[in-house]
Write a protein of this length. Structure first.
Lengths: 478, 255
């Protein structure tokens, strides 16, 4: 039993079976083409149109089966059935457009109506067909849920040809499709046939859906159009890249989906393809390098950590500054380096701003690990490197504050908060411009006095702080 | 006289039989900066769109440089409202600007280096050359507006139609746009700009069109931009009675 399964597994995986090879090739090509078309329908905000369209194909299949013998065709020939599907899908699309233009209903309502009514009609027709023809009509339901096993070599050729057509059309109209997806009004003003381009796009959706009915079925066809494109958006940031990646993801989900369904009996291929696609989507959603959740969260954390470090270092600097006139005057040679004076307690630091003890301690631990400060029991001392960093950070903070006061007409009282929001992301180039604007010596060590009263400043020095502000303001103007 | 940059004759536009603009008559002289001013819903955007055949007018005739719009598209550049597009679209700034060259590039051809170079120069003109590779979703409102402006500039047109370029932009962007407008004027080019800020009309423009469903007044700013005309434009919307009289008058005219 186990060995026979293993045999089956290797047979399938190595594509020894001709039928498996055909099925895999066909579905992979389908995934490629669907991913590419899906990117454009997604960007054009027509994703659900594909869903309505595929559902609207069902009555066409039933009617084609009924009417074909009367016209001298074989009712079970795939071309006839898919032809019927295409025609009724197109009618469904027209009805949607008609409802939208002739009534005040929105597109979602029109889609809902057409989707359900056509699908309902299709089910009714299929039921009648089955009753009338006995067992002859068996197999028509496979269009609803998809059955890759029924794909023949001829079908694979059809899929390949359609995929090629879609690729060529997309390549030729790539630029123009991109334009109407982004800015339809502008495209129309420049004289592009927006309706024609939209119809072209819809025709490609019809083509892909028709050839995809056998593989994934009309209920799940929409997944193949939407999921790869949506997943690709988490990784890349250009229309071209998005189209390519969506094709790849579509191909991968179709290939693995049909493989799994070939291995496990009674597992509908459409369902497995969709589930594999969903798994890829989830991975992209979390880990996507462009806008995945993980990247965004990591970025936010990094910013948060940097901000905390800045706050701690500047807090320490400002406490020391309030104690030592040498630091205040920027007269570093006279700086009193006695350890007692350079030590700050956690409690002092906690009182600098409204933050939690837990947060301060966490950041102190991190800074200690990074060699910015030393901590014994409750006493914090900056290392040489930490001192330089604290000086630099405070200087940048105050430069930015001065800029806001002198050039952006911000009231000094509000400056601190505004400055903090931006300063943590200041780039060196920006600092240089600030320096130039404020006539500070570039890269200089002098830290300008704070333009507003500090929480650390002793009360007596409050007026001095105000004078400072006027001084630095004038300094900036000079 | 026939090759004025823009000449509108008796233009009437209706949305589902509800008239939006009535009998607009307008001649724009070359080298002028024209502000279109009027309250919300006065049909300012509709007027521009109808000129470019984006909306089929009920009646009237529009000529650009003496010809129909479709024959002189390359000489007319359009800056749509910034809110009209989805700025989350996966594209970067320089590619948006290059869209202004798509007609010139032609169908089936790719955007090539010289086109990107032209797009970059246009970005430089609007002062955001350093943002060429930036995703448009990361641009500020002012930068988005500048991008749209660059897309129109890259086309090197003779007439620029702009829909609210000053709406919700920062002071620096406003100044940049004003500089570009005066630059265009210096080159003898023409701009028709929908404008919402009455305080700056005098400063930025030399011609003004006051519009509220119909043209209330049009002409040189110092003559037309008066308290009285503004009162007429913003004060009372056309009353129902006015509309009925207007309809009667039109019927008599056409029969």
């Amino acid at each position: 039993m186990i060995s026979s399964f293993a045999q089956e597994l290797t047979r399938t995986l190595l594509l020894q079976d001709h039928n498996t090879r055909v099925v895999m090739l066909a579905t992979t090509l389908l995934g490629l083409a669907a991913g590419a078309v899906g990117s454009f329908t997604l960007l054009r905000r027509r994703a659900l149109m594909g869903d309505a369209l595929s559902h609207a194909m069902l009555p066409g299949i039933g009617l084609a089966f009924l009417l074909a013998p009367a016209l001298g065709f074989d009712g079970k020939s795939l071309i006839v059935l898919l032809g019927g599907a295409g025609v009724s899908g197109a009618i469904g699309t027209l009805v949607i457009l008609l409802i939208r233009h002739q009534t005040r209903l929105q597109e979602d309502a029109a889609l809902g109506i057409v989707l359900s009514v056509f699908f309902g009609a299709g089910l009714a027709i299929l039921g009648m067909v089955q009753q009338a023809s006995g067992g002859h009509a068996a197999g028509l339901e496979s269009f609803i849920l998809g059955k890759t096993a029924s794909i023949t070599t001829a079908d694979a050729v059809w899929i390949a040809v359609s995929g090629l057509v879609v690729t060529i059309v997309l390549a030729v109209t790539y630029k123009e499709l991109k334009l109407i997806c982004f800015d339809q009004g502008y495209a129309a003003a420049r004289g592009y046939p927006t309706l024609g381009l939209d119809v072209t796009l819809m025709c490609m959706v019809v083509l892909i859906t028709v050839v995809g009915l056998q593989a994934v079925g009309l209920i799940l066809m929409i997944a193949l159009l939407v999921i790869p494109a949506a997943a690709a958006r988490f990784w890349v940031s250009g229309v071209g890249q998005m189209t390519l990646l969506a094709s790849l993801l579509g191909a991968v989900s179709c290939m693995s989906g049909s493989l799994i369904s070939a291995l496990v009996p009674n597992l509908p291929s459409g369902a497995t393809i969709v589930l594999v696609g969903a798994a890829l989507f989830f991975v992209s959603f979390v880990f996507g390098s462009n806008r995945g959740v993980w990247v965004r969260t990591a970025h936010r954390w990094a910013t948060q950590r940097r901000t905390d470090r800045h706050h701690v270092l500047r807090g320490i600097y400002e406490i020391l500054e309030s104690r030592s006139p040498a630091i205040r005057n920027g007269n570093l040679t006279e700086l009193d380096l006695r350890a007692r004076e350079l030590q700050v307690t956690t409690e002092e630091l906690l009182n600098v701003r409204s933050w939690s003890l837990q947060r301060v301690l966490r950041e102190l631990r991190r800074s200690r690990r990074n060699g910015l400060l030393e901590q014994t029991a409750d006493e914090i001392t900056l290392t040489e490197h930490g001192w330089a960093e604290a000086q630099r950070i405070t200087r940048e903070h105050r430069l930015w504050e001065l800029y806001l006061i002198s050039h952006a007409d911000v009231a000094p009282g509000r400056v601190d908060r505004d400055a903090e929001r931006i300063e943590h992301v200041l780039e060196p180039e920006m600092i240089y411009q600030l320096e130039r604007l404020l006539r500070q010596s570039p890269g200089g060590l002098k830290v300008p006095g704070s333009p507003h009263r500090l929480a650390t400043a002793p009360l007596a020095s409050a007026p001095a702080g105000r004078a400072d502000q006027r001084d630095s303001h004038e300094g900036a103007e000079r | 006289m026939s090759d004025l940059p823009l000449s509108i004759d008796d233009l009437t536009v209706a949305y589902q039989r509800k008239p939006v603009i009535w009998d607009v008559e307008l001649d724009v002289a070359p080298g002028s900066l024209v502000a279109i001013v009027g309250p919300n819903g006065a049909g300012k955007s509709t007027l521009l769109k109808a000129c470019m055949d984006l909306i089929t007018p009920a009646s009237g005739r529009v000529r650009f440089f003496g010809k129909r719009y479709r024959d002189v598209r390359h000489r007319v550049a359009y800056v749509p409202q910034r809110e009209s597009v989805d700025w989350d679209f996966p594209i970067n700034t320089v590619d948006v600007v290059a869209m202004g060259l798509y007609r010139q590039i032609g169908w089936c051809r790719r955007v090539r280096k010289p086109h990107l170079q032209a797009a970059r120069e246009a970005l430089e003109r609007v002062g955001i050359a350093d943002l060429e590779k930036r995703q448009i979703s990361q641009l500020s409102g002012g930068q988005q507006q500048r991008t749209f402006l660059a897309r129109a500039l890259v086309q090197r047109a003779d007439l620029y139609l702009m829909d609210e370029p000053f709406a919700a932009v920062d002071a620096a962007t406003e100044k940049a746009i004003v500089n570009i407008l005066s630059g265009l004027k210096a080159e003898g080019k023409t701009a028709v700009v929908i404008h919402h800020d009455l305080h700056t009309v005098r400063e930025y423009f030399d011609q003004v069109v006051l519009i509220n469903m119909r043209v209330v007044a049009a002409g040189a700013v110092e003559e037309v931009f008066t308290e009285e005309n503004l009162q007429k434009t913003y004060g009372g919307r056309l009353t129902l009675l006015d509309q009925a009289t207007e309809a009667m008058r039109r019927r008599e005219k056409t029969s």
